[in-house]
Each structure stands twice: as structure tokens, then as C-alpha cells.
Write a protein that binds this ligand. Structure first.
Ligand code: DC
Length: 236
């Protein structure tokens, strides 16, 4: 439901929401988009989409060795697009005509995505898609490098984090609610592994931009976080 807010956000604004995996960045960013009439872009979904393609076409093996030559060719033709669901401004990711929104959230893609996302050619493929959204502004994007690399001049930058255990619990619950049968220890291990890979890769590693505001939501509800944001905007 669109709930307009008293405080307006300047036209053309780009809001960058970066941070660790499973910090609830997308839930937060989607709600802000809906309240303030912005477009929401889930940049991680694009990395997940490329990863799904790589898995299904055997371009990444069980040791996470990637066939970079074939992937490079594939990226020239790969058509990833967000399509509106018609509900609350939400979108779903498609490869061509196939809806991949659900499958890209599973453990299979989650366990490989950091390897695919570390490749410069994949990052530049995704950045080209993001640049189109940035041109018109009025967007909120969540990811890892939005405020540092993709839009270093974003008007508002937020860096979200929470403890690894809190994040693993959230992801675990999400997977249960999707009818999956996850093992908590593997989910926690995956959260920690992704932190390490995201923070230590050579290209566009996850880090807090010096001018990003820190939002540690380990003990905050989503309402607390929205209030925090409302106060932030009111001060602008
Ligand atoms: O936000 P997420 O968990 O859906 O992101 C999936 C992966 O993509 C994660 O391993 C980090 C990577 N990613 C990235 O490198 N840069 C972004 N802007 C967004 C996501």
C-alpha cells in the first residue's frame, strides 16, 4: 500500500542502501520506495540472475571455477529485466520471458553468487543496467557498492548491518516460509562466507562509504528503521 509521507524527497534523488547480506536492505528499501514514491531496484537480484544463468548452463562448477570466456559471450545476449508485479510497486526479475524471482533466492544460487559477483565483467554488465535507472533518479537501490562505486554522488547513503547470527536467523525463517528445509548451521556458514567474499574481493568490495550513515538493525524492528529514516529526511 502506498503511504505518502509528510516529508518529501527532492526530485531526482538517488538513495544508496549498501550493507551486509540479510540485513533486511530490500524490505527497508521497498517500504521507503512505496512511502516516498521512488523506484526500488534490487541490485543483488541482478547478480543472482547472472548466477542462475551460469549454474543452469554449467558455466560454474562444483569448485566454483567459472568458464569466463563462455560467460562473457553469454552476457552480451543475457536479457535480465525487472517487471512490475502490480502490487505496491514491487518488481520481479525475469530472464527473457521466464520469471526467476523465486529460484534466485534459494541456497543453490546464494552459495555461488559471490563468486560470480566478483568478476569485473559481471559487475560492468550489472552497472550498465543500473546506470539507466540512475539517469532519471527518484530511485532507491540496495546492494554492496552503490554508494561507493556505482553512484558515489548519491544524495543519501545508508550502510546497513546486523550481527551474523541475527541475519542467519532471518534468512532461515524466510526459507522456511518458502517451504524449504534449511539447516541453520549451513545458513549461518553461508552468511559468514558471503561477508568474507563481499568484503575481500578485488573489484568493488563491500565497505562503508565515508559519508554513509550507519544503520545497525540487530535489535530494531522495521518500524524503528522507518522512523530512523523519517528523522533523517526531516533533518535534510
Ligand atoms: O543482496 P543479495 O544478498 O541479494 O546479493 C547477492 C550477492 O550479490 C551478494 O553475494 C553480493 C552481491 N552483490 C554485489 O556484489 N553488489 C551489489 N551491488 C549487490 C549484490
Amino acid at each position: 500500500m502506498f503511504v505518502p509521507c509528510m516529508t518529501m524527497i527532492k526530485e531526482g534523488t538517488i538513495i544508496a542502501v549498501d550493507g551486509h547480506s540479510s540485513t533486511g536492505k530490500s524490505t527497508f528499501a521497498k517500504l521507503i520506495a512505496s512511502r516516498y514514491g521512488l523506484i526500488y531496484v534490487d541490485t543483488g537480484a541482478l547478480y543472482r540472475g547472472v548466477t542462475l544463468y551460469a549454474i543452469e548452463n554449467s558455466l560454474i562448477d562444483s569448485n566454483n571455477i567459472i568458464d569466463e570466456t563462455s560467460l562473457k559471450d553469454a552476457l552480451e545476449k543475457l536479457e535480465l529485466s525487472f517487471r512490475p508485479t502490480g502490487v505496491d510497486g514491487a518488481t520481479e526479475l525475469f530472464i527473457g520471458e521466464r520469471n526467476i524471482e523465486r529460484i534466485i533466492r534459494g541456497l543453490k544460487v546464494s552459495s555461488k553468487v559471490s563468486f560470480i559477483a566478483s568478476l569485473p565483467m559481471v559487475r560492468s554488465y550489472v552497472d550498465t543496467i543500473l546506470a539507466k535507472y540512475g539517469r532519471s533518479g527518484g530511485v532507491i537501490m540496495d546492494g554492496r557498492d552503490i554508494g561507493t562505486v556505482v553512484f558515489p554522488n548519491a544524495e543519501i547513503k545508508i550502510f546497513m548491518t546486523a550481527s551474523a547470527e541475527v541475519r542467519a536467523k532471518r534468512r532461515y525463517k524466510e526459507m522456511i516460509s518458502r517451504g524449504e528445509n534449511p539447516n541453520f548451521e549451513s545458513v549461518l556458514a553461508n552468511v559468514k562466507e558471503r561477508d568474507y567474499l563481499d568484503e575481500n574481493r578485488d573489484t568493488a568490495p563491500l565497505k562503508r562509504a565515508p559519508d554513509a550513515l550507519l544503520l545497525d538493525n540487530s535489535t530494531m524492528t522495521i518500524e524503528d528503521q522507518l522512523k530512523w529514516f523519517e528523522q533523517l529526511i526531516a533533518k535534510q
